[in-house]
Structures are given as C-alpha cells and as structure tokens.
Write a protein that binds this ligand. Sequence first.
Ligand SMILES: NC(=O)C1=CN([C@@H]2O[C@H](COP(=O)(O)OP(=O)(O)OC[C@H]3O[C@@H](n4cnc5c(N)ncnc54)[C@H](O)[C@@H]3O)[C@@H](O)[C@H]2O)C=CC1
Ligand SMILES: O=C([O-])CC(=O)C(=O)O
Length: 267
Amino acid sequence: MLHITMIGCGAIGVGVLELLENDPQLCVDYVIASEGSEALVRQRLASFKQPPQVLTALPADTRPDLLVECAGHRAIEEHVLPALERGIACLIVSVGALSEVGLVERLEAAAERGKTRIELLPGAIGGIDALSAAKVGGLDSVNYTGRKPARAWKNTPGEQACDLDSIREATVIFQGSAREAARLYPKNANVAATLSLAGLGLDRTHVTLIADPHSDENVHHFEARGAFGRFELSLRGKPLLANPKTSALTVYSVVRALGNHAHAISI
Ligand SMILES: NC(=O)C1=CN([C@@H]2O[C@H](COP(=O)(O)OP(=O)(O)OC[C@H]3O[C@@H](n4cnc5c(N)ncnc54)[C@H](O)[C@@H]3O)[C@@H](O)[C@H]2O)C=CC1
Ligand SMILES: O=C([O-])CC(=O)C(=O)O
C-alpha cells in the first residue's frame, strides 16, 4: 500500500479523497491544511469512513511514499520544496506556480539533493505525452486558447477587460505569451504553464483567453506544429461545482497519477 500526504483539501482535494476511498492500494494518511483552516477541513472530511489526520505541516518523523500538492502556489514554497529536500517524491497540480522565475530550477535542485523526483500532473489538459514527445523532434509553434464561463474570470484582470456580468458574446480578455498569462491570471494559468513546460516554453507559447457568457464548460484548445507534423486537441471540461475555475478532469488526473504509482500496470 502507498502512503500519501495531501497538501490542500479544497475542490480538488476532496474530489480525490472521495475517489480514493475504495482503493485498497492507496491510503491518504495526512492532509496538510493552511494555518487557521484545520477545523473547516476536518468538517469537510467528517463523512469519510477513515478520514486522514489534518495537520498544518508534515511532522519531521513522518515519511510518506508520496506527497501530492492540491493547494496553490504558496504551498510549493511552504511544503513541496522542503519535502523534496527530505527525499519525499512530490506530485504537483499547481503547475502555473512554476512560471515564477527560478522556481523550476529550485525544485530541480531540491529533488536532486533529496535524491527524489517531482512530477508535474497534466491536470485539466490532455495530450501532454504527445506534446513533450513532439518536442524531442523540434516544435515550431504552440498556440493555446482557454475559454471559460464569464463567472470563472471573476476576481481576475478579466474584470477590467470587459463587464463580465453583462457581456453577451464570447470576449477575448487576453492575448500574449504564456509567461504574461501566468503573471496576470495565476489561478487560470495552469494549463498554459503545463503546455509551455511540455512544449516551447513560457515565452514562445501563445495564449488567448476568452470569457464566454454562453458556456458552462472550461474549453481548452491547442495546436502544435513541428518536425513531427501537426497536432490539435480540444477538451471541453466540466467545471467542479465547488470551484468553477477548476475542471473535474484535474481530480481524475491526480487519481490516475497516484494509481499509476501504486498499481502493477501504469497507463
Ligand atoms: N494543473 C491543472 O490543470 C489545474 C490546477 N489547478 C490548481 O490546483 C490548485 C487547487 O485547486 P482547487 O482545489 O480547485 O482550489 P480550492 O481553492 O478549492 O482549494 C485549495 C485548498 O488548498 C488550501 N491551501 C491553500 N494554500 C495552502 C497552503 N499553503 N498549505 C495548505 N493548504 C493550502 C486552501 O485553504 C484550500 O482549501 C490551485 O492552485 C489551482 O490553480 C486547478 C485546476 C487545474
Ligand atoms: O488552467 C487552469 O488553471 C485550470 C483550468 O483551466 C481548468 O481546470 O480547466
């Protein structure tokens, strides 16, 4: 059985725990919550048969087989970097955080010192295997368009680009590099950052973001061209009820990755 510690227990974390409840090969022993939110997290876990223990930091004498981050950018600094230094393998969903200058190198260095590995999960997007394979032969361009319901852009610079409450047509709220998208829309830039890291990098991946008042899906579309040929993917993700910025596929992506570590065959 694999022993797992999960950082963060919001929309993704709860979804993952629900799906793992009946897997005898995976056990989430600890959930790390942010200071002050432990009671709320315990409440969220009250209906579980065997709820994980809720803590605010991983105890020094605890060594999970895997640590999975489902929390946010700050958690990478607070929990993932120290865990890597301690030799604990980490899985990350907040891939957008890696657009911060120098963070990829710091994670790499921490994993090397700890003689362990860090895995960036595909989350809400698919085709990352094909894109990173295509990169080996050489890529010429990667263009990504993220289209989400207008409400998913609340509390973002999208509010300055248009009136999200009254737009009647799908409206482009951003066009530019993945680096700029990640800077301006950190909570909506995970897919853009993942595509960049797998493909042409943050400066050469072109991003368009759209607020769509008629959509109730998170639509991710990208087109890659290179020596391998041309590849286009369109994914219409259903948002999670608990967080409309997040697609349900992200939960399944975490469960798949954890299962691949525990089960005899990985796919
Ligand atoms: N890679 C991908 O495709 C996707 C990645 N994400 C990212 O996943 C992360 C989680 O998403 P959701 O569950 O939807 O968010 P959420 O807001 O529903 O839950 C996040 C939880 O983590 C907790 N948290 C925040 N900082 C923490 C810290 N430093 N230590 C411990 N706990 C902390 C919060 O209190 C909250 O309970 C976000 O960073 C989001 O941007 C979301 C969707 C897709
Ligand atoms: O890109 C992101 O940050 C997350 C996202 O769009 C999704 O979950 O559909």
